[in-house]
Design a protein around this ligand. Structure first.
Ligand code: FES
Length: 108
């Protein structure tokens, strides 16, 4: 089943019973606070995930993500968690420093 490992959150692991879910929904459903300044509409980049592994397990890059790629606001190893769909397998991600919350303790 699909799985998300958040490396700099002490390798917090989320196991999903279902496939083809948006990454941010899985994160939020598991009680993890994750920035989403535009309300998950693909209009900011505050929800981005930095992928360290498993990017091939996500669905295709969406038009909203391409918009930010063209502006150099998303790097090749970054996706918007409110747009990216976890289709299968495992992804390993990191929270960007700029999007960390002050009330949460992060690991290296
Ligand atoms: S929450 Fe704004 S782009 Fe995802």
């Amino acid at each position: 089943m699909p799985k998300i490992v958040i490396e700099n959150l002490f390798n917090h692991t989320i196991n999903s019973e279902t496939t083809h879910r948006k990454v941010i929904e899985l994160i939020h459903e598991n009680g993890i606070d994750w920035m989403h300044a535009c309300g998950k509409k693909g209009r900011c980049t505050s929800c981005k995930i930095i992928l360290t592994n498993g990017g091939e397990n996500l669905g295709p890059v969406t038009d909203r993500e391409l918009f930010f790629v063209k502006q150099n606001r998303l790097k090749p190893n970054e996706r918007l968690s409110c747009q990216a769909v976890l289709e299968k397998g495992e992804i390993r991600v990191r929270v960007a420093d700029i999007n960390k919350f002050p009330h949460i303790e992060y690991s290296f």
